[in-house]
Each structure stands twice: as structure tokens, then as C-alpha cells.
Design a protein around this ligand. Structure first.
Ligand SMILES: [Zn+2]
Length: 518
């Protein structure tokens, strides 16, 4: 076996140069698309970016070497493997690794993670992860003194800083594209954003501030079912003028349809908005289900999804346990959430009840696995997790079939609630939208300021029982997507005839008639 005698300072240079060359093709591609490589300025911008990467990476590996030298190689192995996996996802889904993507990864359950795996990932892991890791152990490291190592590090830093400061004009361009550049730099994109995500989680787990007490204006019966959709974009609902018949059932119902926007493009943060009374620091405050439950409203949360904030409710059911009593033909899908729904509602003695159904909806990339076979309305469908290998038509067909199934589920809930013959409302709203290849983007989680409308425009569909139809009317009809996810808190409080200092009349979709009634 060949072993190469290498002083540690040179070994650090080898690691950094390899990382720079092997894992930054998407970054080079981004730079080339944005500014090209034709002018002197573009070369200077590129040199500045690479000097920054070199500086941070070298300093990092230097610190590992001087503090825990035995850890340097195992550490590089882990980074090479993660870089390889990250590169596969960046290339396959045309994503950048930012905080929302990290949040998605942490909040995706095991089954869904496997859905992203594809045989195309293995060449990445082998060529960019396993082989370079094995190569690391071919080096026979010759220890150099701390002083020599530090002098060498200092020289590298001075060289990098010189490049950075000589190209001060590049900083503006780097600042403007910080999000994309930061999301493509390996391994800092995922290390820094995991740190940001975890510190945000720590903040989330702190004590939620209780909201001021609410008063009930009456004790009449009221049932609200809130269905939280997943990755459903309004652009593909015929209720929102989509040319295809994706709402064959709901189009026959008398519904209030609102044009709404999600507040983020990923589940956890969108859920916070949907359950919060305020758009600032939503995670600091008691969310709607806990607030209602504390005020004598029976709250049942049923979920086939993840990522809701910490909630205190009367009854919390995961689909796995609901499934045990499920007698439908779609118990392995979102249908499980409807298990004994009517019986469970009837059993509750409280006059006011909120049932939340957190669906798995249209979560990609395996859209074709999100609905029963009988909902395969549009064919052929994409049956690969590598979305870029499917034709646009196959991909949209599979996605549209998930919407047809969602249409059926919402209609099922409405029928169930209608049969109870009590004052009631069914609200459906999606957490965020989805990209289906437009602008080369797939799935969701694109930073909000850059995300296309399809990731933000979400359906907000409300059915009301005849009592509510007679007593309440929606506020002015909206055409400008001015409804937000924060409207839910105030609208649901209004439906339960509750008043509190945190209740905002203007955010209650049905407030017009409430004031008339009182
Ligand atoms: Zn989501």
C-alpha cells in the first residue's frame, strides 16, 4: 500500500483544496449563471468568494488540528460524506441548503426521508464521500511544530484577506446573493444552518407566554374542524380556476373561497403562523389549540404529519393509533384521520369543540403514494423520487391526483359534520404551496423572498352550517391574496363567540355579522 509522507500543514492545504474543488460545482454554476466568467469583475467576485471559503475552512481545520489532532481525519470523513449527500440533493432538487431546508430535514419523519433516496445518490456517496475518505488514510502525517503550523496558517489567512480586501467592490455582490452563496458553500451551509435551526428550536421550547383571558359571549354549541393541508397550492385547485377538474366534489358545495398566502414556505414556521394571534415572534406565545383548551373548548388534534408547535390539548391522536379502529379503504393515508370522527365528536360533552386534522396531503416527492389507486385520475404519473427524470406532465398528473384525493377528504369531513346537525364550520388551509419544476424548482422551502408565488399561494376554503350562513357573512370579497394564515386565530375565536384583548376584529373573516348580532 502506498502511503504518502505529508507534513500536517500541507495535509490541511490538501483537504481545503479538495473541498474547494470537489464540492463547489453548484456554487461555480450559480456564479457563472449570475455574472458569467467573461469580465475581470466576475473573476474578482469569484476569487473573493473562494478566498472567503478558503479562509474559513483553513482556520477551522487548523483549530481541529491544534486542539484534537486525532479527530481531524474522522471529522473529514464525516464532512466528505455529508458534502456528497448534500451535493446530490442540491443537484437533484435544485435547492440551496438554508435554514428552512434544515428545518424540513429535522421535521420529516423516517418514511418520508426514505422517499428522497434514489439510486442516483450512490455514485455521489461513492465518488465524493467514500473514495476521498479512504484516500485520507493513505497520507502518513508528519507532525510539524505548533509554531510552524501557526505561521503557515497565518500566511494563508494573510493571503486570503489580501484577496478579500483588494476586491472590496465584490462585497456588494456577495451581500446581495448571500442567501444563495451561503446555501451552496460546503460544509458551512448545513453546519451554520443546523446551528441556526437548533438555536431557534431552543427558543421555541422556552415557556410560551400565556395569552390574556378570553370571555365567552355565549355557551351555544359550536364545532369547528380545521383541516391543515400539506404542500397544496391553490394554483392546482379548480376552485381557484385551475383548468383541470381537481375539485369534482367540492365544486358542488356552497363554500367560501379566499385567496390567501402562507407566511413561510415550510411546515414548522407556517404552522406557527396558522395557530398564532400575532405575526411577531409567534413561537413566544400560547398557540390557538392550547388557548382554546384552557378556555373550556374541547380540542382534539389528529395528525398524520409533523412540526406543530408545543400544544396542550384535550386529546392528541397520531394516525398510527387512529388506524387501529379505521374501517375505511384509505386507512394508510390521510383517510385515517377521519376514523370515528363523528362518534368522537358526539362523545364530547363540551358545547364548543375544535378538531384539527393535520394531513400529509401533497407532500413530495412521492406524490403518487399520497392517494389510493382509485384517485389516479390523471395519467401517466411520475413514479420516481428523482423528479427531474419525470416529464412535466407526469409530475403534474401525480400532484393533481393528490389534490383530487384532498378534495374527497374535505368533502368527507363536511358530510360528516353536516350530518351532526349542529352549528359548525369546516376550514381547510394549506401550510404552504409547492413548486413543480417552474424555474427549475421542485418541492418547497425556498427562502420566502425568492420563492415563486406557487410556493406561497394557498387554498383557504370554508364551509359553514346553515346557522352560520344565516348569522355571519364574510368580510369584503378578496381578490388580492390579502388573507393570511394569521386570520385563522381570530376567525376561529370569532366562530366560538369568544372575545379577548388579543382578538382582532379586522382579522376575523366573518366579523361583519358578529358586530351586527351583538
Ligand atoms: Zn409543509
Amino acid at each position: 500500500m502506498i502511503r504518502i509522507n505529508t507534513p500536517t500543514n500541507i495535509f490541511l492545504v490538501v483537504i481545503v483544496i479538495w473541498s474547494l474543488i470537489a464540492y463547489h460545482f453548484p456554487l461555480i454554476n450559480f456564479i457563472s449563471n449570475d455574472i458569467g466568467f467573461t469580465s475581470l469583475k466576475s473573476f474578482r467576485d469569484t476569487a473573493t468568494v473562494f478566498a472567503v471559503i478558503l479562509l474559513i475552512s483553513y482556520l477551522f481545520f487548523y483549530l481541529v488540528q491544534v486542539t484534537l489532532p486525532w479527530l481531524l481525519r474522522p471529522f473529514c470523513v464525516v464532512i466528505f460524506m455529508l458534502n456528497a449527500a448534500a451535493l446530490y440533493f442540491i443537484n437533484t432538487y435544485n435547492i440551496i441548503i438554508d435554514k428552512s431546508l434544515i428545518s424540513n430535514i429535522f421535521n420529516t419523519n423516517g418514511d418520508e426521508s426514505f422517499a428522497y433516496l434514489h439510486y442516483k445518490m450512490f455514485p455521489y456517496i461513492l465518488l465524493l464521500g467514500v473514495l476521498p475518505s479512504l484516500a485520507l488514510y493513505r497520507f502518513n502525517l508528519i507532525k510539524v511544530s505548533f509554531v510552524r503550523l501557526s505561521v503557515h496558517a497565518l500566511a494563508v489567512c494573510i493571503a486570503c484577506l489580501a484577496v478579500i480586501f483588494m476586491n472590496g467592490s465584490s462585497w456588494l455582490w456577495i451581500d446581495k446573493n448571500g442567501k444563495q452563496l451561503g446555501g451552496l458553500i460546503m460544509p458551512w451551509s448545513y453546519i451554520a444552518n443546523t446551528g441556526r435551526y437548533l438555536s431557534e428550536q431552543a427558543k421555541r421550547n422556552k415557556i410560551q407566554e400565556l395569552l390574556p383571558s378570553a370571555q365567552h359571549l355565549n355557551d351555544e354549541k359550536m364545532l369547528v374542524v380545521l383541516i391543515i393541508g400539506e404542500s397544496a397550492r391553490s394554483a392546482n385547485f379548480s376552485l381557484y380556476d385551475y383548468a383541470r377538474k381537481t375539485n369534482p366534489l367540492l365544486s358542488k358545495y356552497d363554500l367560501d373561497i379566499f385567496k390567501a398566502k402562507s407566511c413561510t414556505t415550510y411546515t414548522t414556521a407556517s404552522l406557527e403562523c396558522m395557530l398564532s394571534y400575532t405575526d411577531s415572534d409567534a413561537s413566544d406565545y400560547e398557540p390557538l389549540p392550547s388557548y382554546l383548551s384552557r378556555h373550556n373548548v374541547w380540542v382534539n388534534w389528529r395528525t398524520r404529519n409533523w412540526g406543530e408547535p408545543v400544544i396542550k390539548v384535550n386529546s392528541y391522536n397520531k394516525s398510527g393509533e387512529l388506524k387501529l379502529n379505521c374501517k375505511r379503504d384509505d386507512c394508510d393515508l390521510d383517510g385515517s384521520l377521519l376514523t370515528q370522527l363523528s362518534a368522537d365528536i358526539k362523545r364530547v360533552e363540551h358545547n364548543k369543540q375544535l378538531v384539527v386534522l393535520h394531513t400529509s396531503g401533497s407532500h413530495g416527492p412521492e406524490y403518487y403514494k399520497k392517494y389510493p389507486a382509485r384517485f389516479e385520475t390523471f395519467t401517466p404519473t411520475c413514479k420516481s423520487v428523482d423528479l427531474s427524470t419525470c416529464s412535466k406532465e407526469e409530475l403534474i398528473n401525480a400532484y393533481d391526483n393528490t389534490i383530487v384525493y384532498t378534495d374527497y377528504l374535505i368533502a368527507n369531513v363536511i358530510d360528516t359534520v353536516k350530518a351532526l346537525q349542529i352549528p359548525s364550520a369546516v376550514i381547510y388551509m394549506s401550510d404552504h404551496g409547492e413548486s413543480l419544476g417552474e424555474y427549475g424548482l421542485y418541492l418547497h422551502g425556498t427562502p420566502y423572498s425568492l420563492a415563486p408565488d406557487v410556493q406561497k399561494e394557498v387554498p383557504l376554503i370554508i364551509w359553514r352550517s346553515k346557522e352560520l350562513k344565516e348569522s355571519r357573512i364574510p368580510t369584503a370579497v378578496d381578490t388580492q391574496y390579502s388573507y393570511s394564515q394569521y386570520h385563522l386565530f381570530h376567525t376561529i375565536l370569532g366562530l366560538f363567540s369568544m372575545r379577548a384583548a388579543v382578538y382582532k376584529h379586522e382579522m376575523d373573516i366573518f366579523s361583519g355579522s358578529i358586530s351586527a348580532k351583538n
